[in-house]
Design a protein around this ligand. Structure first.
Ligand SMILES: Cc1ncc(COP(=O)(O)O)c(C=O)c1O
Length: 421
């Protein structure tokens, strides 16, 4: 039974701890800020929709497997504009946009896109190269499918491409290159480290994937879940934008982080060869993501309700991140208890402690932190290959807690670290 391969997910254990001990300050969950969820914007979008009986009935009907064409066209144009490409329609009177919209698939969250793409691509024993550390829901999915996730070293600029090339060479020498089906990167403010794939590495990543695609296409799966949560300057153009053929990169986007995860609207922009396989799988799965939610999001975008909300969120998360980082500087870094890179967006900080401190479920620190009343995610959970993974790291999230509770949580954590030193 395949479900056996999905059992014992670390996240279920952590969620259980957080839920059964509500007094804990959880810096673990990757949830978004509750107080800023877009009640007013969603209300206005819903009223505008529900005032139009015909549009409402259409939204209450099944949609298409790929999802609302209008929304897909809008999302494609947004990504294109964020990449500095301007409006696609303007480029050639609409022809290119028409064709490219066929490559966009809407899904119940971007996780479903990742799920469909992985299912479309992978046979048991196939290999996916991932950042070490990486988003553990995706690596868990790969394991469930019987695929192998092989970790590639990452530094402050994201995946190290020399390490990637060495790994691809190793596969070539071992005769396993034809099992390598994809390279997975979270390109903006990643989960778990809050860091971006350096702009200069993006085009080279695509070139490397192409160079080693001798027998079969090695796809680059670009998970852009946190792209819209940049605190200041617009982040670098996507990896997808550096793929001149559009045959290599899968772009997975979502409105969970920048609008409302409860809507579960995510999307994929797929290379043409993957569109039909993904739609075939989706046709068997649900024949279309929830239509009403797509209509609500479309209204929110059309009425100009989304952008101000996302801007407000960015400011809220920037303040929360600063609170967490300032508290870490005072209580942890200044006392020689750990180090981290200040994120410029997203929801996470990756903290590295002295080597001797084991942050894992069997180490002293987690128990001590729980005694103090604070929860974090052990860093080892994020490493695609547990053997040899560093034990001294943790992911901290500033998404959920208020600023005073973030500051207090870090003080508690610092006390626990100090006690375990
Ligand atoms: C890196 C990354 N990708 C994808 C997702 C999935 O988001 P959703 O399915 O809500 O779009 C998450 C959620 O936490 C994430 O952290």
């Amino acid at each position: 039974m395949r479900a056996r391969l999905a059992a014992d997910s670390p996240i279920s254990e952590l969620m259980h701890t957080a839920l059964t001990r509500p007094e804990l300050i959880s810096l673990a969950a990757g949830f978004v800020d509750q107080a800023s969820l877009p009640h007013e914007a969603t209300r206005s979008a819903a009223l505008a929709l529900f005032d139009d009986p015909e549009a409402t009935r259409a939204a209450l009907q099944y949609g298409t497997t790929a999802g609302s064409r209008e929304l897909r066209a809008r999302l494609l144009a947004r990504v294109h504009a964020a990449d500095g490409g301007g409006a696609l329609e303007a480029a050639d009177g609409g022809g290119r946009l028409e064709a490219a919209v066929e490559q966009v698939v809407l899904a119940a969250g971007s996780n479903q896109i990742l799920y469909l793409v992985a299912n479309a691509l992978l046979d048991p024993g196939d290999i996916v190269l991932c950042d070490a550390p990486s988003y553990f829901v995706f690596t868990g999915l790969l394991r469930m499918l019987g695929a192998r996730c092989v970790g590639v070293r990452a530094d402050a600029g994201g995946m190290c491409l020399d390490a990637l090339e060495e790994q691809l060479e190793r596969c070539a020498r071992a005769g396993t290159l034809e099992r390598v089906k994809a390279i997975y990167v979270v390109s903006y403010f990643d989960n778990p480290r809050g860091l971006c794939l350096q702009a200069e590495r993006r085009a080279r990543l695509v070139q490397l994937a192409q160079r080693y695609s001798t027998r079969q296409q090695i796809y680059v799966i670009e998970d852009a879940a946190y792209r819209e949560l940049a605190f200041d300057a617009a982040p670098a153009p996507s990896v997808w934008s550096t793929d001149p053929t559009r045959d290599v990169v899968v772009y997975a986007g979502t409105f969970s982080k920048s609008f409302a995860p409860g809507l579960r609207v995510g999307f994929g922009i797929l290379p043409p060869a993957l569109v039909q396989p993904v739609l075939d799988l989706k046709g068997n799965l649900d024949f279309g993501a929830p239509n009403l939610n797509q209509s609500l999001l479309l209204r929110a975008l059309e009425l100009g309700l989304y952008e101000p909300h996302a801007a407000q969120l960015r400011a809220i998360y920037a303040r929360k991140a600063a609170t967490m980082c300032d508290a870490l500087d005072d209580a942890v870094v200044a006392r020689g208890l750990g180090r981290y890179e200040r994120p410029a967006g997203g929801l996470y900080v990756w903290l590295e402690l002295p080597d001797a401190i084991d942050t894992g479920p069997r180490g002293r620190l987690l128990a001590r932190a729980l005694e103090e009343g604070v929860l974090y995610v052990p860093g080892s959970y994020f490493f695609p290959e547990p053997e040899g993974a560093p034990l001294n790291c943790m992911r901290l999230s500033f998404g959920v807690q208020s600023e005073p509770r973030i500051a207090s949580g870090i003080e508690k954590l610092a006390r626990a670290i100090h006690a375990c030193r």
